[in-house]
Ligand binder design. Structure first.
Ligand code: F6P
Length: 341
């Protein structure tokens, strides 16, 4: 077989672990593997890179993706799906492993229904993909955020300040809540629940009344006030219809300072959360997903996605996996609330 691999959407730590696992396993069985560069763009423009044992050697600890990525959507290009199907054939691909989040796998679902042999692997630091307990990249991201919160604690305490930390999480508060609990945040704000500024400020005031002289507030980029639309840095939409988020931290910080009178500073963590070497958990999960993707191809189980359920790697239909997003488990948020101020 000739197996293609592509990585689409935002990059995340652990992508190279998946690529390495697919290549190692497929080459063991004497199949050929090619990398498709820059996600779906590579299929539309036939941008290939050979993948052999040498090209995947040493990539396990590397962040990002050796294949490059993009947010190209074939369904937003004139004759895009037709070109994808034609090129798939012309490139001689017998199967494709699409590694991505809701957008990339949404395209994979549609192209599979149009007859292409595709299997999916779920990735995103946001952990908001349904049908898998965790996506790889998330564990690395929350560990980075936790360390940043730890560091912000010492400077906040030294200066008697409120620190607002804006983290990623477009639709879901997984990063904010996991990293917030791990870092001992005094308030956590998530996209699933509109921000009630009186409650946030009241809670901070109470904390200061009981003798604390600093507070850490974690806010997900997709969180918004009851009275204001979601904060964006640009109005332009990408090919999947998403605006570029960012800015809620600054709006929130200003409001907290005005309402409480406490000096407030804002840190936007941004792409730091997506960069660098994956944790052991993400390397292992990526490796397990990669092996599963190869097995699905070998068994001819196309239209399926590797998924983590409990401690088992199973497979689910791509359609089911992309039908809805997985928002935060609100029981976990209740636990985080025990520690609010
Ligand atoms: O990887 C998902 C995500 O982290 C979202 O939380 C965020 O809104 C988006 O990526 C930003 O990505 P980029 O700046 O690459 O468009």
């Amino acid at each position: 077989m000739k197996i293609g691999i592509l990585t689409g959407g935002g990059d995340c730590p652990g992508l190279n672990s998946v690529i390495r696992a697919v290549v190692r396993r497929a080459i063991n069985d004497e199949h050929e593997v090619v990398g498709i560069r820059y996600g779906w763009k590579g299929i539309l423009e036939k941008l290939l890179m050979p993948l052999d044992l040498r090209s995947v050697s040493g990539i396990l600890p590397k962040g990002g993706t050796i294949l490059g990525t993009s947010r190209t959507n074939p369904y937003k290009k004139e004759n895009g799906p037709e070109a994808a199907k034609k090129n798939f054939k012309e490139l001689g691909l017998d199967a494709l492993v699409a590694i991505g989040g809701e957008d990339t796998l949404g395209v994979a679902t549609k192209l599979y229904k149009e007859g292409l042999n595709i299997v999916g692997v779920p990735k995103t630091i946001d952990n908001d993909l349904a049908a898998t307990d965790f996506t790889f990249g998330f564990d690395t991201a929350i560990n980075i955020v936790m360390e940043c919160i730890d560091r912000l604690h010492t400077t906040a305490e030294s200066h008697n300040r409120i620190m607002v930390v804006e983290v990623m999480g477009r639709h879901a508060g997984w990063i904010a809540t996991h990293a917030g609990i791990a870092g001992g945040a005094d308030y956590i704000l998530i996209p699933e629940i509109p921000i009630d500024q009186d409650e946030v400020c009241g809670s901070i005031r109470k904390r200061h009344e009981r003798g604390k002289n600093f507070s850490i507030v974690v806010v997900a980029e997709g969180a918004c006030f009851k009275d204001v639309e979601v904060a964006t840095t640009e109005k332009k939409l990408d090919e999947f219809g998403h605006v570029r988020l960012g800015g809620i931290g600054h709006t929130l910080g200003k409001r907290i300072e005005e309402k409480t009178g406490f000096e407030t500073r804002v840190t936007v963590l941004g792409h730091i959360q997506r960069g660098g070497s994956p944790t052991a958990f993400d390397r292992v999960l990526g490796t397990r997903f990669g092996i599963k993707a190869y097995e699905l191809i070998k068994e001819g189980k196309f239209g399926r996605m590797a998924s983590l359920k409990g401690n088992q790697i199973l497979d689910v239909s791509l359609e089911e996996a992309t039908a809805r997003l997985k928002t935060l488990d609100l029981d976990l948020y209740e636990i985080s609330k025990v520690f609010f101020c």
